[in-house]
Design a protein around this ligand. Sequence first.
Ligand code: SPQ
Length: 432
Amino acid sequence: MEFQKKGPLKGKITVPGDKSISHRAVMFGSLAKGITEVTNFLHGADCLSTIRCFRQLGIEIDNHDGSDTVMIHGKGLHGLKKPSNVLDVGNSGTTIRLISGILCGQDFPLILNGDESIQKRPMGRVISPLKLMGADIISQRDNNCAPLILNSSNTGKQVLKGIHYESPVASAQVKSCILLAGLYADGETTVSEPSLSRNHTELMLSEFGAQIKLEGCTTSILPEPNLNGRRIAVPGDISSAAYFIAAGLLVPNSEILIKNVGINPTRDGILHVCQQMGADITLENVNDNGGEPVADILVRSSELSGTTISGTIIPTLIDEIPIIAILACYAKGQTIIKDAAELKVKESNRIDVMVENLTKMGADVSATDDGMIIQGGNALRGASIESKSDHRIAMSFAIASLLAEGTTTIQDAECVNISYPSFYSDLNSLIG
Ligand code: SPQ
């Protein structure tokens, strides 16, 4: 797909529902008793993979005409049925890691697999703690990646052991996987992480009735609660809003109001970094939405300065680092991003892919072991961008193209369907 320099961007936009929250609503709704109604559900390919998996596990999920309301007819913690085929999680790391925790507690065997990218992503980080809990889970090719084989010895009801697990990485997927397995354990399960990752599982599971305690970076859960169906209104996804925040800041004379965005403090690092860089961003209508704070975000074009991003803020903006790298190219001075080695194990190696593509556009950027260093100020020029089928890379370069001289061509630009199917039309709607 080809892109040209454009702007300014003006107007109002509502980004689609949060991907992390949409996944969890389907999963927890399936494990609860009764109906869960989810509004503003994200119809991205990843969340549709979660729906497909739970349908294969015997859960009725209504989603007429792809409307953004989804009704889940939950069957309780022990109501899932053995699927007749391999469960295919597509491209979704969240689906495979969280569902592994749930499925280790079931009394039927199954195989979990996904696309080429998923088969390269590390699953040892969930296999190890699940094994400590007594789960029967192996990597089919013995490489700590998918396909994963679960409960192959099939000895009847799986009772897992409650454990205390010190996670070596701040990962919401690892934490959530262990907490979900903890629903099927014989006692309390506790997870500590080096710094706090997104806490949507903790917030939503406790709304469903689970007994969860959070102290600092340690979360614990008690087994076998009564989870009851409920209504969930999914806030707009701050990770999707990030592209419009960046576009509004960078393209001269722009002003964009992004409505109803989730600003959970475990996800709002992008706002803090932008403010640190000198951005003109205002939060309006700040509200609570079932434990998840939301706001409208008003963004105006700004002169930005380079900054250093490291430490405990990293998990709160991990998915926004590609677009922050674009901001840094247009900021005055140097931006250093460190403590972000996790970027190497996402849908692509997001450090290498950003550095290679930005270099093609003429940016002064270099990769480090755990991040990148960007010297802002070089004018970018259009280039052929390899998205590596990574939605966050494609969206980041679509924003970079708005400022670049000449034509930018993004390979496999359609991969935005993973998290934001209407991204290009929403972007065009703001361009006068
Ligand atoms: O689901 P997936 O493929 O892992 O998606 C990504 C993304 O960019 O959309 C990561 F590639 O988001 C993760 C995020 O990086 C979603 C997520 C969640 O919903 O729990 C948590 C983060 O991953 P992690 O490994 O830090 O827990």
